[in-house]
Design a binder for this molecule. Structure first.
Ligand code: TPP
Ligand code: MG
Length: 644
């Protein structure tokens, strides 16, 4: 088996007709696994699953030279490699196949190891840690059931392009393929949801693999990388060589596309001729740290900005040019503006179905420009006239330079701005007040009391949408939510991870009663580890979002959407029926908690939560009858948007 010098050995010829997705594994282009391990003499004894674009080197200033370490075991090499990548915290749950690694962490004081109470909590926490601070999050689990518990988090990181390293223990290499105790083929199982993966079969490869893995996870379009390490590799004694940088043989994978000046001048030309331009921006702006460039571009060209939910905070939502976020439950004005624009500039977003609805009826009068680092996103969901392959930060920076150099003056689009402003004035996100606390009001009060400056995490459901509707964000990395995957249970572990990343910020999980229950065990982690993650549960006693679909499309027939006793449904008018009792549960975990159901107590109860110096659970009892509006039913178009 011939080997490339970089060690990226498998997957040759698997790229199909489409271009490889920069920095991204493509599930439709599955790699060919090595039939047998490569030549042992060359020592590249690991499997990799795909080629990716990546930066060619990853030197850290702290460790600029390659270094030979002392003699240690493979597990110690893992700890040292993480330390060299600047990792100071990981979320890790032990077991037989990862115990050596935990022992190595115990021997070292370089990395804080947080024990989540479920591996899913650990991976969501690591992911949110990354979403909050932009660095690569790390989690770890044992083989078999520990590893499989990570799968939702890996899929989540893949969907939302979050840089993540998942280390898993694996059974002894001699047992691989023998259905050994707690053996699962984790490498195989995760292939469609990773950016890259390794099964390490030689401990000497560990330093290079870790260095590569971090480069891969964070570069290009970020994503999750798994490193599966058999127990004998963890136990092997070696004198490791820690590289300062890694080189990748395929240079086309080490260079990211940058738009040409011709392309960018073409965009400016389109803008100068447009009467109704709109910027549609996504998570790419946030992962590329390109918010400042986006803002100056929007201001220079005087173009209104509508973001996706992934892009929330990438452009300040209180800016006059902001149309907030659009899509299924987004602003009516954002949706109308995108529907009626004549030039749509999609920057760092991917035409997700929750954005487009019926793709054939999406932005039909617009010329569409799509700037993205990942060319496989071009023309994937929506045919566009001008696909531009580029790092978004570069494209925006260069657009600004070209516009300044050319003394670019935006065309007169006053009627368009007047129209957008009228829509914005007449159709804001709104709700009707009630004698009860309605969920929207709770979010609004939280926004007021935190001055819009908290980090908000969410579960999945109605509360997730209300959090984004009624808590406007001025900065990126403040609304952390499972968006592509839509994984219930994300909220509280995410708040835990974000609080570890940003200890000086208020971090509040705005959660649903259904979602919160899915990872409630992380209250224990927060209590024991003294992580002051707060949870504000909008407790409607139902799987509210599914109930909303039942009400709208299934004649209100309940199909297992009531979370308590269906003969005694809890509500603000029937407090006896409320189930479960979150306050008592929190008490069992040692976490301070309070239930609030009276409007007049809401503000003071939220303030108490904010003032508490530790984890806190605020159980807000709300009616289940509210619907998230506006709503564009799945697969429909803006014309069918439900406003009332
Ligand atoms: C793990 C998982 N299972 C099922 C779903 C489907 N689902 C989407 S929203 C929802 C209801 C969520 O209820 P809750 O957390 O109470 O939030 P609410 O809508 O009531 O605010 C369900 C079941 C999901 N998104 N994730
Ligand atoms: Mg609910």
């Amino acid at each position: 088996m011939p080997l490339p010098s970089s060690g990226t050995s498998a997957g040759i010829g698997n790229e199909g007709k489409r271009s490889a997705r920069p920095g991204r594994h493509c599930s439709t282009h599955r790699s060919i696994r090595l039939a047998s391990p490569p030549d042992a003499a060359l020592s590249f004894r690991f499997f990799v699953n795909h080629f990716h674009a990546m930066k060619s080197s990853a030197s850290t200033t702290k460790f600029p030279q390659p270094e030979i370490g002392r003699t240690m075991n493979g597990a110690d090499v893992v700890v040292e490699s993480l330390h060299r990548e600047g990792v100071d915290v990981i979320f890790a749950y032990p077991g037989g196949a990862s115990q050596e690694l935990h022992q190595a962490f115990a021997r070292s004081d370089k990395v804080r190891v947080i024990l989540p109470r479920h591996e899913q909590g650990g991976v969501f926490a690591a992911e949110a840690w990354s979403r909050a601070n932009g660095k690569v999050g790390v989690c770890m689990a044992t083989s078999g059931p520990g590893a499989t518990n990570l799968v939702s988090g890996i899929a989540d990181a893949f969907m939302d392009s979050i840089p993540l390293i998942c280390i898993t223990g694996q059974v002894f290499s001699k047992f691989i393929g023998k259905s050994a105790f707690q053996e699962t083929d984790f490498f195989g199982m995760t292939l469609p949801i990773v950016k890259h993966s390794y099964l390490v079969l030689n401990a000497a490869d560990l330093p290079r693999i870790f260095k590569e893995a971090f480069v891969l996870a964070r570069s290009g379009r970020p994503g999750p990388v798994i490193i599966d390490i058999p127990k004998d590799v963890q136990q092997a004694k070696l004198t490791p060589v820690f590289p300062a940088t890694v080189e990748f043989a395929n240079k086309s994978l080490t260079e990211f596309p940058q738009a040409t000046d011709d392309q960018l001048n073409g965009i400016l030309d389109l803008i100068s001729k447009a009467q109704r331009p709109i910027l549609y921006t996504g998570g790419g702006i946030i992962s590329a740290e390109a918010s400042a460039e986006l803002r100056s571009f929007a201001e220079k060209t005087n173009i209104p900005v509508a973001t996706t939910l992934m892009g929330v905070g990438g452009f300040p939502e209180d800016h006059t040019l902001s149309l907030r976020w659009f899509g299924m439950h987004g602003s009516a004005y954002g949706n109308w503006a995108v529907d009626q624009c004549d030039l749509l500039l999609c920057f760092g977003a991917r035409f997700d179905d929750r954005i487009t609805g019926d793709v054939n009826k999406f932005a039909t009068s617009a010329t569409i420009v799509h700037v993205d680092i990942d060319t496989s996103e071009h023309n994937k969901n929506k045919r566009v006239q001008f696909p531009v392959a580029s790092e978004i930060k570069y494209a925006l920076k260069r657009l600004n330079e070209l516009a300044t150099a050319a003394k670019f003056t935006p065309p007169d689009t006053k009627p368009w701005h007047t129209q957008c402003a009228a829509w914005k004035r007449d159709y804001p996100f709104s709700y009707e007040e009630s004698r009860h606390i309605v969920p929207q009001e709770a979010v609004k009060v939280l926004h007021e009391l935190t001055n819009g400056d908290a980090i908000i995490t969410t579960g999945v459901g109605q509360h997730q949408m209300w959090a984004a509707q009624f808590y406007p964000f001025k900065e990126p990395r403040r609304y952390l939510s499972s968006l592509g995957l839509g994984a219930m249970g994300f909220g509280y572990p995410a708040a835990m991870g974000a609080k570890v990343a940003c200890p000086d910020k208020q971090v509040i999980d705005i959660d649903g009663d259904g979602s919160f229950l899915m990872n409630i065990q992380e209250l224990a982690t927060c209590h024991i580890e003294k992580i002051a993650a707060k949870a504000m549960i909008l407790n409607n006693q139902h799987l509210g979002m599914v109930v909303q679909w039942e009400d709208r499309f299934y004649n209100s027939i309940r199909g297992n959407t009531i979370l308590g006793d269906q003969n005694n449904i809890g509500s603000p008018d029937n407090l006896e029926g409320i189930y479960p009792d979150y306050v008592t549960i929190a008490k069992g975990f040692g976490v301070k908690a309070r239930r609030v159901h009276k409007r007049e107590e809401l503000r003071e109860a939220i303030q108490e939560m904010l003032d508490h110096d530790g984890p806190y659970l605020l159980d807000v009892i709300v009616p289940y009858t509210e619907h998230v509006l506006p709503m564009i039913p799945a697969g429909k178009s803006v014309k069918e948007m439900i406003l009332k």
